[in-house]
Design a protein around this ligand. Sequence first.
Ligand code: ZN
Length: 267
Amino acid sequence: MINPEIIRIKSWVYWPKTLIMAWVHGNEKSGIHAIKMLKSISLVCWELILINANIFAQKKWKRYIEKDLNRCFGQKKEWTLECRLATIIEPYIQACDTLLDIHNTTGSTGVRFVICEQDKHLTSFDVDIHLSGLDVLHPGWSDWYANTLGKHWYCLESGSIHEDILVSTNFAYQSCLNLLKTLGQVKWKPKVYTNKIKILCKDIYKTQTHSFLLSKNFWDFEEIKKGQLIAFDWKDKIFSQEDWIIIFPYKQEKIGNEWFVFWKKLD
Ligand SMILES: [Zn+2]
């Protein structure tokens, strides 16, 4: 097991603390490069903690080794690499006030968006889309865990793993920097990004068998109609219950461990 890399950057005031985390999924690169660039940052106040979470998975170039780390937080701990990593990381989440977790999507569209359950500091992020409502359907991910502790948590999907790494890295780095400016931890006025499209999570589908097949290739944020065939799960046909938007419609390999998510635009 390789422990998470934890870097602490202190100013003259140690409290409150901000946490920026990358590599929760080992095949998502932009966050780690952003963290490398942040190591030399000079803070006006507070403490900044940077975490590279799953280094072993990164070395293997995999999303995870034994269990998705983003399903392990605040859960009963099994004897897996990722559950042990979650045990090490959880005290840092508990100690921080504001937290940013950087990810990449595995789809090809590269849509950037933020997932969080509140509006505070949301103007820091240069994205058009704000997703919420995932927590009640998705316990065990870092966002859910932080929210149960009353923290301000943001999950930033900083582009596709298939797009130019320089572009998504720069986006992730600029997003971190602008959040730190918004918090007043870094000198200079933050940029303010308003008018986000708000989308609410309505349902999650978890695969029931190993014989799972999508009915076609869906794009992230593709609009689907009520009654539309989405997938085959062995003998079961999965239909959309409403006119929804589908996100994370990727190849599924593990029973009950992966899913696609239905969302609805709010008026
Ligand atoms: Zn991820």
